[in-house]
Write a protein of this length. Sequence first.
Length: 169
Amino acid sequence: MLMRAGSSNQPSNEEEAAGQSSHSDERGAFEALLAEANEELYEGCTSFSKLSFMLKLYHIKSITKISDKGLSMIIDLLREAFQHAKLPASLHDLKKTIHKLGLDYERIHACPNDCMLFWGEDSEREVCKICNISRWKGKSTEAKERTRKCRERKERRKDKLLRSCITFH
């Protein structure tokens, strides 16, 4: 078989260097995670490592549906109260560590009757394709009644009502 001069099936020096650098980057990230897994949360702590505490915080966030702002405030409070602990500096740092582990989450809605998941091709559906129930919660009759009464009160208000604070001398 004839080959052109200078071409080969072997990777070039640039390709080898790129492959080695990405491999060393992955290895460095893994070693950093391993170090966090072995690092105590604070001196003498045997219950949690730095990594296990971050995972527990993120697990609580996802199970209880705490907002990002709520978890940020909790992290700030913990950092202020336990200055000696090796807590993440911010929610962003916590999420970066979780992302390195490949443990991101995606919220997938389910039919209220557990007939199907609104996922993949069905992610944009508004009603269940099996039982035709809406994926969204409707207002309860009590909430609808409160809304109606509130509207009625607003409609009964007089226009151009002057309100002022009465001061006594």
